[in-house]
Design a binder for this molecule. Sequence first.
Ligand SMILES: Cc1ncc(COP(=O)(O)O)c(C=O)c1O
Length: 408
Amino acid sequence: MSITFSQPFAEPKGSPIRELFPYLSLPGMISFAGGYPSPSLFDSEGLRDAAAEALTAGGVAFQYGSTEGDVSLREQLSALMAHRGLDCPSGRILVTTGSQQAFDIVVRVLMNRGDVAYVETPAYPATIQALALAGTRIVQVPVDSDGLNVATLEEMLRAACPKDRPKILYTVPTFSNPCGTRLSLDRRERLVQLALEFEFVIVEDDPYSELAFTDERLLPIYAVASRCVTPEQNPVVYLSSLSKTVAPALRIGWMVASPAVLRRSAIAKQTMDLCTSPVSQAIAASYLASGRYPATVASACAEYGRRMSTMATALQSHLGNRVQFDKPTGGMFLWGRMGDGIDPTRVFKEAVDLGVVYVPGHAFYASNPDANTFRFSYAAPDCKQIETGVARFAEALEKAGSALANSD
Ligand SMILES: Cc1ncc(COP(=O)(O)O)c(C=O)c1O
């Protein structure tokens, strides 16, 4: 029998990052590829205690839970949000199965086929994938070293005819994936004004803001907007996650949004998984209540800061001006560009042969990629592996360069 698939799944594209997985298990391979937290930073002892507590708490963790999420976890998340400068009662938080599910829900609830989504570009590939599967029209908005280029966005909005205006704009404003950049407060304020003027929803994806290497903190865009509008009128849907700070295996994400968006999102989630695993939620709630979270985040910031500096120094000393990059001030990613006149596909192949894998930049574009770009994650490899990996990458560039010269 031949199966007729639904239109989006007739010829679907898989995640370009997940397609790199087979390389990761090759012996001796150093990975700068996935946005994996460092296993050495998981607070195993704290998580073990939290799990023991969760599993002995009268069996509720083994039952179905409410779609909106466990009450005590939502209270803990509300306190965590307040610490980030975002005040919202626990009733305005929807717990999701990773923030990835939260984004999928937003797309379901807000986007019809053919609707326009503005996406900062380069962008987190799973966002592009979710929007493409939903049949939306993706319009790329450029970024610079301060994040989303809000002046260009404004020009685009003013030039667009009503049918081409966006319903949503997606951004990772704090330590972006893939660029590691941070949107300035001025730009956050202007972005909110534009959202209110042109009536689009800002999807603020924020898994990385606590992984800061400096003391400077910026308010989430949601909080910037709530200075001038009521929660009902807030144009921002805020998404976050415990994946990068506690453990991705918990699959705990959440959404903060207006009551109208939240109610519809809970209904969308009912058909996806009824509720996020109550076992995971109970472990997360116990862990956050244990008071260990701030120290865990502080050691992650210190270690990731060290690893980022090691990577930046190694790139500088091995490659000098043959690659350009900005040093990130937080998060997990360094975005770079190799000079023109080199074949990036060849560099990637040579790098894999030499034992280092990373994500080629084309994965982060919906169209017209700048193929000479690349994303390195410094989170999972230790400093020694980072130095070896960068040396291998430099050798790969050298080999690809001489192969090109020989073919001239
Ligand atoms: C920007 C961004 N959003 C969302 C996610 C998904 O995170 P989660 O594990 O919470 O689903 C990631 C994971 O890499 C990410 O980088």
